[in-house]
Design a protein around this ligand. Structure first.
Ligand SMILES: [Zn+2]
Length: 266
């Protein structure tokens, strides 16, 4: 057996180290190459059925364009109106508007009935009635989020928010993230230029200039709220765009203890 000199040991160790580095680099490269091919489950949780579209619509649209499975989930507003429902009913119109907004963005929208309005057809959705937080609600929402949606990436409201339903969505999602072992990437979104979301600081920006028109078309479908709320979000997108160095952008806060992959669109 050939006796190894100190020098040959060092050389072979160095080579082994290089080989390890090379194979590690090759693996990383493969992983990077594989990344775009993998379809991720992306979930945006909002208090209301237009929140995912209005707060993160550009980003969700870009992720959908990349082939990922993108779903908006509202705590309130469900279930869908029956086929015999009056299309001129305010609730029915609002619901259909939200569905149209999602369709324009090329995402799916699911609505829970945490507002307790049953079908919602006999009584309109009452503001702030999706705000309940209880042990049972934490449990059922955690099970739903983890078992049904199996998300790789979740976006939800920033927890400091004027709107109680937004705060509920944020806390329920955070609990599901904790209970699930912090396994999905967790990002927070903002609403209404500081009048709803407050004390928010972005860690990530997404340039949504390429889908600016698509997102505006989606906003136009929100006929009951467009005039009042669009100006706030239009300003917010432009301010975030200026900060990021592009025309319009959406800003997010990434929970640093959650995975960095899958990443938001660059
Ligand atoms: Zn809302």
């Amino acid at each position: 057996m050939e006796k190894l000199s100190r020098r040959s040991i060092l050389q072979s160790s160095a080579l082994a180290g290089i080989a390890t580095c090379v194979s590690g680099a090759a693996l990383s490269a493969q992983e990077v190459r594989r990344e775009p091919d993998r379809k991720f489950n992306v979930l945006a949780v909002g208090g209301h059925y237009d929140d995912p579209q209005t707060c993160a619509g550009g980003t969700l649209s870009l992720l959908a364009d990349r082939g990922h499975n993108v779903v908006g989930l509202s705590l309130t507003g469900g279930p869908p109106p029956s086929p015999s429902a009056d299309p001129n009913d305010h609730w029915v119109k609002n619901y259909m508007n939200a569905m149209r907004m999602a369709e324009i963005l090329k995402i799916r929208l699911d609505c829970l009935d945490y507002d307790g309005s049953d079908s919602g057809q006999s009584s309109p959705v009452v503001y702030r009635n999706g705000s309940e937080i209880s042990g049972q609600r934490y449990k059922e929402f955690t099970e739903l989020l983890l078992d049904k949606y199996k998300p790789d990436l979740v976006i939800t409201h920033w927890p400091i928010d004027f709107n109680m339903d937004h705060r509920a969505a944020s806390l329920l999602t955070y609990e599901a993230w904790l209970r699930g072992g912090k396994k999905f990437a967790l990002y927070y979104m903002e609403a209404e230029l500081g009048s709803q979301t407050q004390n928010f600081f972005p860690t990530h920006y997404v340039d949504i200039s390429s889908v600016e028109e698509r997102t505006h078309q989606s906003w136009l479908a929100d006929t009951f709220w467009y005039e009042k709320i669009w100006p706030l979000h239009d300003s917010m997108r432009r301010i975030r765009g200026a900060e990021h160095g592009c025309k319009v952008a959406e800003a997010f806060n990434h929970h640093p203890q959650s995975p960095s992959m899958p990443a938001l669109p660059a």
